[in-house]
Design a protein around this ligand. Structure first.
Ligand code: COA
Length: 267
């Protein structure tokens, strides 16, 4: 349990709210654990008909806590993230697997920036509502890492290779309108209406026949393929985390400067 993930059940909708606004909802291992528990609960509890993921503060999430990535890169592997096996369970993998295999309908309400896993988790949601200020950012290569959450498969499938390559390789923000036009999200709403509209959609889904919805979702998604892709990504992610390139990226983040990869040879 962490107060940085708030969970409440209302009218058959389980609402999981990321709430670490001072750190832009950067996700720690404990937060991934609470999110994984929420997805599992929503999937397994018959009283829950829809899961809604949202966030407090001015942005959805800044993605994985970079200081935990850095700790892993330094060899402290118990801190979460996508690193190698450590003494502490890596809840990020449990969260991602739970998302990939969930049959409960998942709605996401996104304001401001959704960075890294903040964007890739949306590829596992069934209805993605964006505030008009939303921006999707996947800066894995900027951090000398590789995409996760089966996004190396799902994003090109959704928006085509060239757009996905550009998002991953350059990490530039994709504005809400483009994300809708490309099929990553359903539609945009004014920021002030985001939560109300997300609840309305979740409520509408909760009134549908749940058995039919979950059977339909199971048919639409190849969960086994997604988990296999995640395992492949995770193995390469661990290698990249240990690279000199990643060390430079994390040091630069801590020092609040741009990284310089130009003096590092390809490894
Ligand atoms: N991990 C850990 N801390 C983070 C973080 C992250 N991913 N993102 C933001 N923070 C922290 C900042 O270090 C800062 O902490 P401080 O107040 O103690 O200095 C605080 O959150 C506010 O961040 P700041 O950068 O000042 O906010 P901003 O509104 O100017 O920018 C972002 C927001 C998200 C654009 C920017 O913080 C950012 O790019 N973060 C890194 C995103 C990233 O690379 N994530 C990993 C993806 S794989």
């Amino acid at each position: 349990m962490t107060p940085e993930i708030q969970v409440e059940l209302a009218d058959g909708v389980l609402i999981a709210t990321m709430s670490r606004p001072d750190k832009k909802n950067a996700l720690t291992n404990a937060m991934y654990g609470a999110l994984a528990d929420a997805v599992a609960r929503a999937n397994d509890d018959d009283a829950i008909r829809v899961l809604l993921i949202q966030a407090d503060g001015d942005l959805f999430t800044a993605g994985n806590d970079v200081s935990e990535f850095a700790a892993q890169a330094m060899g402290n592997r118990g801190n979460g993230g996508n690193g190698d096996k450590g003494a502490e369970e890596r809840h990020v993998l449990r969260f991602l697997r739970a998302l990939a295999t969930a049959t409960v309908p998942i709605v996401a309400a996104v304001q401001g920036k959704a960075v890294g896993v903040g964007t890739t988790m949306l590829l596992h949601c069934d209805y993605v509502l964006l505030a008009d200020d939303a921006q999707l950012i996947t800066p894995f290569v900027n951090l000398a890492l590789v995409p996760e959450a089966a996004s190396s498969y799902l994003l090109p499938l959704c928006i085509g290779h060239t757009r996905a390559f550009e998002m991953f390789a350059l990490g530039d923000p994709v504005p809400a309108d483009s994300a809708v036009a490309w099929g990553i999200a359903n539609r945009t709403v004014p920021l002030a209406e985001l939560r109300t509209e997300a609840r309305r959609i979740a409520g509408k889904l909760a009134a549908r026949p749940t058995g039919s919805l979950t059977a339909m979702k199971r048919l639409m998604r190849d969960a086994e393929k997604l988990v296999t892709q995640m395992d492949s990504e995770s193995a390469i992610f661990v290698e990249r985390l240990a690279s000199a390139e990643a060390k430079e990226a994390f040091t630069a983040f801590a020092q609040k400067r741009a990284p310089d990869f130009t003096k590092l040879a390809r490894q």
